[in-house]
Design a protein around this ligand. Structure first.
Ligand code: PAF
Length: 284
């Protein structure tokens, strides 16, 4: 049974009670429209804590002008049912006013420097400021011991790590593996925007990522690997924002610093009106 809580006082009372009982609390932040990927985060959270809170809040501050905030799928009833099946204790569903008492435009905003200027940050200006701003608020609401984020949003995870360390949030971060459909397409709420013709094509992203890993391991020059992945995706019908190889700290492999041979291939590409991101971690 999952309790739906919409008021901050009630949430604080519930979490406070758990704390007095000496229980460890996990938070899984989401924007709802939950799918298997989210439920696997809940399952992981249960392994790291005694009680699990899942927040559901479509955060206007992380959507740019012309992005899909208005049409982002909102399915609260199905979400709560799914959370009950997944064993979450509380669905934290705050109103806009609870998250942003002065409104999202007038909110105190966080800015994580450096890492937010590239890749997703370069293509979606302000996106990570909005993510950091809302995640800090959710941490303040729930005050979790542990928070679970998916590796699909690879750069988001790096941004949250930076923020948690820099602001000394007493929260342990746990990263969850990407859950995929049978054909390799990473699970995402945005997959449902794909029409019947686009859906099988979307799986080409995973194949392109695998091709990049294979080519990098075969010591092919990085620029060539990236160019080939881009061309492969364009030939399949994508408009590619980026298809790149990076170290796991998201720097270019040639950049100064420690190189332990860990790599991540990252792709962001549009198919029709749908923007998809995915990544694949590997070692050379
Ligand atoms: O990954 C997401 O769903 C969102 O970016 C998050 C972390 C819930 C913040 O709104």
């Amino acid at each position: 049974m999952t309790d739906v809580i919409k008021e901050l006082d009630a949430l604080r009372e519930r979490v406070g009670q758990w704390r007095r009982e000496g229980l460890r609390v996990a938070l899984v932040p989401t924007m709802g429209n939950l799918h298997g990927g989210h439920f696997s985060l809940v399952e992981l959270a249960r392994r790291h804590a005694d009680r699990v809170v899942v927040s559901i809040f479509v955060n206007p501050a992380q959507f740019g002008p012309g992005e899909d905030f208005d049409r982002y799928p909102r399915t609260p009833d199905a979400d709560v049912q799914g959370l009950a099946d997944a064993g979450a204790d509380v669905a934290w569903m705050p109103s806009l006013e609870t998250v942003y008492p002065y409104g999202s435009e007038a909110a105190v905003r966080l800015r994580v420097p450096g890492i937010t200027d590239v890749l997703e940050g370069a293509h979606r200006p302000g996106h990570f400021d909005g993510v950091a701003t809302v995640v800090a608020r959710l941490f303040n609401h729930v005050q979790p011991d542990v928070a679970v984020f998916g590796r699909k949003d690879y750069q988001q995870l790096a941004v949250i790590r930076y923020m948690v360390h820099d602001l000394a949030f007493p929260v342990e971060l746990v990263a969850a593996d990407i859950l995929r459909e049978d054909d390799g397409l990473a699970m995402s709420s945005r997959n449902q925007y794909l029409d019947g013709g686009e859906r099988p094509v979307a799986a080409e992203i995973r194949r392109a990522l695998e091709g990049m890993a294979e080519a990098a391991r075969a010591a092919r020059p990085r620029q060539l690997v990236e160019q080939e992945a881009r061309e492969r995706l364009e030939a399949a019908g994508f408009v590619v924002d980026y298809a790149v190889l990076r170290r796991t700290d998201l720097l270019e492999p040639e950049a100064p610093g420690n190189d332990d041979g860990g790599r991540v291939a990252l792709v962001a590409a549009r198919l029709g009106g749908t923007r998809l991101i995915d990544n694949l971690e590997f070692s050379l």
